[in-house]
Design a protein around this ligand. Structure first.
Ligand code: HEC
Length: 123
């Protein structure tokens, strides 16, 4: 929405794509823990863009203490637990910031996630 903070990756005037979000943010930073290992936050997403998308978009967290119920709510980044956890801002209410070490994500990357979600989180 007028935000061009992700421009370095996706360019202005176009919504970021899921492949960009997966390649730049998820792959290597998240699936190292959330890929195939079960147990890490109860969020196994696999190791491909095709497996991670349905594991996240419109999927609910089983953790009732989280203030956002969906991992990714299309059109609403601030109601999406993934966005809240990577920015660590908004009171997500459960657990720590993601990734737990080596973070936080740069603002370019967190804005890439935000702009993709707010543009409808399309695959
Ligand atoms: C070093 C391992 C590790 C990495 C890397 C990691 N996580 Fe996590 N994640 C965890 C653990 C452990 C938990 C459970 C504790 C917590 O919520 O802090 C968790 C919890 C979560 C939850 C909450 C799950 C729920 O249903 O309560 C989300 C969402 C999440 N991670 C997203 C991400 C994202 C997005 C990335 C990449 C930017 C990421 N994580 C990177 C280990 C990791």
């Amino acid at each position: 929405m007028g935000s061009c903070a992700h421009a370095a990756i996706a360019g202005c005037g176009t919504a970021p794509t899921w492949s960009q979000v997966y390649a730049q943010v998820i792959d290597g930073s998240c699936n190292t823990c959330h890929g195939t290992k079960v147990g890490a936050g109860g969020l196994p997403i696999g190791n491909t863009a095709d497996s991670a998308y349905p594991a996240l978009v419109n999927q609910s967290t089983p953790d009732n203490s989280c203030n956002a119920s969906l991992y990714i709510k299309p059109g609403d980044a601030v109601a999406s637990l993934v966005y809240l956890k990577v920015t660590g801002g908004g009171d997500h209410g459960c657990g720590g910031k993601m990734p737990p070490s080596g973070g936080p994500l740069s603002s370019t990357l967190s804005n890439l996630v935000k702009d993709w979600i707010n543009a409808g989180a399309k695959k």
